[in-house]
Design a protein around this ligand. Structure first.
Ligand code: AMP
Length: 420
């Protein structure tokens, strides 16, 4: 062991578990890649101000959880705590919205950082796959994203997740609701910080997870009773479209989520096998965000799904992923001549797309065969001086244990045929 450990709240992804992580990332992005979303990658850090304005000054993410730093040049930067503000910033900077093809549909995948109290499913460094559809107000777009996330989870074999859906209203109807909620909250027995939050962003108080707060919120006014006609119609259309697609969801009138930029459609994917950190993904519409970061009005919608928690959800459901073999053929040379020949054969196998590995380090036969077993290879090719003198190599089927001599010139074709 080295003297160093992974920093608190982080963990390393190492084989063989890392393969599941990669598979999850691929599965989540597959439906997006198939639906007109282009890949975008933005820096791991951005100006602090982008998140302060974009995510919201009153959110936990901005007030407590950002990793911030001042560069030698005096710039105030933050490791990105989420993806939406950065992706929108990048799209605006590249004028993607001016190319005449709205919505701009983008997907991304990467590391995010929040200085949170670590616990199972909550890390200081975590991974998300996200999607943003920028510049269109169309309930079908909100529906598309919810359907694609549902499809992603189902393609992985997840079943015990629920979709919670709500509408947060818009600038027409939310102010009146906000005021009504504030009036209600002022009458409650809340600690000072929560009362302060009620003044800055009362909706977020609804999201408070503490039981004593939740108990007091039972009679709180609900946004669904205050939605304007346009928001009501929009939300109804989203509900109808996802229902028609066979996606099952629950209306959750208290769902607000921890970021300030959401308007109208808001949703969260929760998995009941995960304990307190049950949200595996979430998102919604953010019609005002572009203007909040200095851009034009660009109604948009998006989501981010947590890769770490999706992996935990698969574990909780006992889902075994069908992972591709890392090694199909393992080559074991006995002697210098065999070493050169088999090394060349391994290179050739890889070129034709067969996953192959080689026994390095000049091991004896017994230990080399142990490595072959550990590699998980379907076939092992063994060659010694006597084989080569006869112009053959030994092909061992690792499942049946059967071994056959195959001509040196035929081994690649033979393996291609056997591996289908
Ligand atoms: P949010 O941006 O908070 O809506 O997060 C979207 C998704 O990212 C969540 O549903 C989680 O799956 C994942 N996520 C957020 N924060 C963390 C964290 N600290 N550790 C692990 N996953 C997280």
């Amino acid at each position: 062991m080295s003297t160093f450990k992974a920093p608190k709240g982080t963990y390393d992804l190492i084989p063989p578990n890392s393969a599941r992580f990669l598979a999850v990332r691929d599965a989540i992005s597959a439906p997006l890649r198939n639906s007109g979303y282009g890949y975008i990658e933005t820096p791991g850090f951005e100006s602090v101000e982008l998140f302060a304005r974009g995510v919201g000054e009153s959110t936990d993410i901005v007030t407590k959880e950002m990793y911030t730093l001042t560069t030698k040049g005096g710039s105030e930067l933050a490791l990105r705590p989420e993806g939406t503000a950065s992706v929108l910033r990048a799209a605006l900077e590249a004028n993607l919205h001016k190319a005449g093809n709205l919505p701009v549909k983008l997907w991304y995948s990467g590391s995010y950082y929040r200085y949170e109290r670590p616990q199972k499913g909550r890390y200081r460094h975590f991974s998300q796959v996200g999607a943003e559809a920028i510049g269109a107000e169309d309930p079908a777009l909100d529906a598309e994203l919810i359907i694609l996330a549902d499809q992603a989870y189902r393609s992985l074999g997840l079943r015990n997740f629920r979709i919670l859906l709500n509408s947060l209203g818009d600038k027409e109807c939310r102010p009146a609701y906000r005021a009504a909620l504030q009036d209600f909250l002022r009458g409650l027995d809340l600690d000072e910080e929560t009362l302060r939050r009620a003044e800055i962003n009362p909706l977020r108080v609804l999201d408070d997870k503490r039981a004593d707060v939740q108990k007091q919120l039972v009679g709180a006014p609900l946004l669904e009773d205050h939605l304007c006609e346009a928001c009501k119609a929009y939300h109804e259309e989203v509900r109808e479209l996802i229902t028609a697609a066979g996606v099952v969801f629950e209306d959750d009138p208290k769902l607000v989520r921890g970021l300030d930029y959401y308007t109208r459609t808001t949703f969260e994917f929760v998995h009941d096998g995960l304990g307190s950190q049950s949200a595996v993904g979430g998102g919604g519409r953010y019609d005002g965000l572009s203007e909040m970061i200095g851009g034009p009005a660009l109604p948009s919608v998006g989501w981010a799904l947590g890769v770490d928690r999706t992996v935990l959800a698969l574990e909780a459901e006992g889902v075994e992923l069908d992972l591709p073999a890392t090694t199909s053929v393992f080559a074991v040379p006995m002697g210098e001549e065999a070493r050169r020949l088999l090394f060349a054969k391994v290179t050739e196998l890889r070129k034709v797309g067969i996953a192959a590995d080689f026994c390095y380090g000049g091991k004896g036969l017994k230990s080399a065969m142990k490595s072959a077993h550990r590699s998980g290879a379907r076939f092992t090719v063994v060659a010694g001086e006597r084989d080569l003198a006869e112009g053959v190599v030994q092909l061992k089927d690792m499942e049946s244990g059967e071994q056959t001599a195959v001509g040196v010139g035929e081994i690649i074709a033979e393996l291609e045929a056997r591996l289908g």
